[in-house]
Ligand binder design. Structure first.
Ligand SMILES: [Zn+2]
Length: 158
């Protein structure tokens, strides 16, 4: 990070804090050469391309609000949703890919939602996997019966 005043190629971080949106980190830096202070903002590199073509930062809140609708009337708490959103973020980040389609995020949600609540999973899957017919529901349900858990190796659920 170059000093914006004297172009010295190094700087010292004196304070870091997460910005209000939770998606970027603000760092207060000091130049060891001229001693002046400046602020940098580093944004998380994970971005999502919406269907409209707009690119926006990945947002756990958006994951939660998308899943919340599918969970209406189900015994799923806000804390469950927050954990699910964190799991989704970890799984997409672990791919090392920096940009996803909104639809791919939807698909990344599915195995985690399946572990959380099977009815909510079916509602969500019917949208994201574009179920057209009752047969699509039937095959998803029979798949759930055969494999009640997504049985992810990193799952901590019993
Ligand atoms: Zn400087």
């Amino acid at each position: 990070m170059y000093c914006p005043f004297c172009r010295h190629p190094d700087s010292r971080v004196i304070d870091s804090r997460t910005a209000d949106d939770g998606l970027s980190i603000r760092r207060r830096r000091q130049c060891p050469e001229c001693g002046r202070r400046f602020t940098t903002t580093e944004t998380a590199s994970l971005t999502v391309i919406k269907r409209s073509g707009v690119v926006e930062p990945f947002s756990r809140e958006k994951v939660m609000s998308g899943v919340r609708k599918a969970c209406q009337g189900r015994p799923v708490t806000e804390a469950d949703l927050a954990i699910l959103a964190q799991q989704v973020e970890e799984s997409v980040r672990s791919t090392g890919i920096a940009q996803f389609d909104a639809n791919e995020i939807g698909l990344a949600i599915l195995p985690h939602l399946r572990d959380l609540d099977q009815v909510a999973f079916l509602r969500f899957a019917s949208v994201y996997q574009a179920f057209d017919t009752l047969a699509d529901f039937e095959s998803a349900i029979s798949e759930l019966r055969t494999h009640p858990s997504a049985a992810r190796p990193d799952s901590t659920k019993e």
